[in-house]
Design a protein around this ligand. Structure first.
Ligand SMILES: C[S@@+](CC[C@H](N)C(=O)[O-])C[C@H]1O[C@@H](n2cnc3c(N)ncnc32)[C@H](O)[C@@H]1O
Length: 180
């Protein structure tokens, strides 16, 4: 291999390696099952709906959406190990026709098919996501967020759920039609 061909190869490879793979903007902390059930009830998730869990962790919201609410579910997860674990669980449960996990940064993900979006992130992460939600979510999409609200949006409902003495809050939003 000549020096020139090595240099040419580097010109091809380096920009790919340098591409940002996204930023993990929230740690992995699973929502308790009681909170998940209530989130999906408040969002009125049902058969025919697509539920997208942004930062899906081990996939527990996806699994509940499919098994208890008869919806389809898509999880977006930036962490490759956690995403693989969630995909594995979905496969083991035989839910692969109803649920899938996309290993991606949410900022690169397509959310336009969602009827319900579930979040357990942080206040600042939600704030960063708000423009994407406003641009890509269709009117009527229900957005439910565990513990952290979306600044600048008015919740339709805020509910408290107590699990083992710890208070969890659930914020429900409904995406409005775009104003001209
Ligand atoms: C608090 S956990 C919530 C897990 C799950 N949704 C639940 O409620 O049980 C947040 C998840 O978001 C993921 N995450 C953080 N930043 C992300 C990003 N930029 N894009 C996609 N997922 C991200 C983390 O890896 C983590 O698994």
């Amino acid at each position: 291999m000549t020096f020139t061909s090595v240099l040419s190869a580097l010109f091809v490879v380096l920009p790919v390696l340098a591409q940002p793979v996204g930023q993990r903007l929230a740690p992995y902390v699973p929502s308790p099952q009681e909170v998940i059930d209530r989130m999906l009830e408040l969002a009125q998730a049902r058969q025919g709906d697509t539920v997208i869990d942004v930062g899906c962790g081990d996939g527990r919201i996806l699994i509940t959406a499919v098994q208890k609410f008869k919806a389809r579910a898509v999880g977006i997860e930036i962490d490759p190990k956690i995403a693989a674990q969630a995909s594995d669980t979905i496969l083991k449960l035989g839910l692969q026709n109803k649920a899938r996990v996309v290993r991606a940064d949410v900022f690169d993900a397509d959310l336009s098919q969602a009827d319900v979006v579930t979040l357990y992130l942080t206040t600042s992460f939600n704030e960063k996501l708000r423009p994407k939600f406003e641009q890509s979510l269709k009117p009527g999409t229900r957005v439910v967020s565990h513990d952290y609200g979306i600044r600048g949006w008015n919740p339709v409902e805020v509910e408290e759920v107590f699990v083992h003495g710890r208070r969890h809050r659930i914020f429900l939003y409904v995406v409005e039609s775009k104003k001209n």
